[in-house]
Design a protein around this ligand. Structure first.
Ligand code: HEC
Ligand code: HEC
Length: 192
């Protein structure tokens, strides 16, 4: 974990110190051809097991891709995909997907007050993240959300905040919050 943090911090310092290595969403679009069968070219997932990633905060996307590459987060597909990407390519493809806009709308008859209270301060009532290092949850398939929460709870995926949040959730509570966010309608538009 310590090494991972050092890598991430090192990455930020490097990015800050070298303006020539700025993000290039256009270069990222080309790399996204490797991702489109699962995540779509605009980040609207094409297969149910893959999450929507269009319009997510760049910092979040970059951190997850780096985590798959270093092994801090594991997944049979994403581990393979990220193995061949350089730090610059990760930054570019993250810039491409985050350059999109994610728009969420609650299903008819639901109001923001019904949203899971324990989550809204970071993930928003409609699942559009309100802090830069948290992902959007809007419109993700409920099984994806369920699986990630159980991974945080079991320690298979770790994060200082989410491990703590998930530790206190029962299977039924996990199902309820997963259903709430997966019922939100998500639209991703290309704002380039
Ligand atoms: C063969 C399908 C497939 C391909 C190709 C693929 N992904 Fe994924 N991706 C997945 C799946 C499945 C997950 C969910 C992993 C999990 O359950 O932990 C995922 C997760 C992610 C996540 C984490 C999202 C989150 O909300 O935490 C990011 C970021 C991501 N992929 C980016 C990419 C990028 C960028 C590419 C191309 C360079 C790519 N993926 C190619 C299937 C794919
Ligand atoms: C204090 C802020 C905070 C709160 C409160 C919070 N989260 Fe999170 N959540 C985060 C952050 C930050 C991440 C990114 C974790 C990482 O980098 O691996 C995250 C990640 C997640 C993920 C992984 C999504 C993905 O795309 O892989 C899920 C699912 C999730 N949170 C669900 C919830 C739910 C449900 C609640 C309420 C019960 C909740 N979170 C409460 C900050 C928060």
């Amino acid at each position: 974990m310590k090494t991972f943090t050092t890598i991430i911090l090192g990455g930020f310092l490097l990015a800050g110190g070298t303006p020539s290595a700025a993000d290039d969403p256009a270069a990222g679009r080309k790399i996204a051809n490797m991702c489109r069968t699962c995540h779509g070219i605009d980040g609207y997932a094409q297969v149910p097991i893959a999450p929507h990633i269009g319009g997510e905060p760049k910092a979040y996307l970059e951190a997850q891709l780096t985590a798959f590459k270093t092994g801090a987060r594991e997944h049979e597909m994403m581990t393979v995909v990220t193995a061949s990407l350089t730090a610059q390519q990760i930054s570019d493809v993250a810039a491409w997907y985050s350059s999109h806009t994610a728009k969420a709308s609650l299903a008819e008859g639901l109001s923001e007050e019904d949203a899971p209270e324990a989550c809204v301060s970071c993930h928003g009532a409609d699942g559009i993240s309100v802090i830069l290092d948290a992902p959007n949850l809007a419109g993700e398939v409920n099984i994806y959300i369920d699986t990630q929460l159980k991974a945080f709870r079991s320690g298979r995926r770790t994060h200082e905040i989410m491990s703590e949040v998930a530790a206190h959730l029962s299977d039924m509570e996990i199902r309820a919050v997963a259903d709430w966010y997966s019922n939100v309608k998500l639209e991703i538009t290309n704002s380039n």
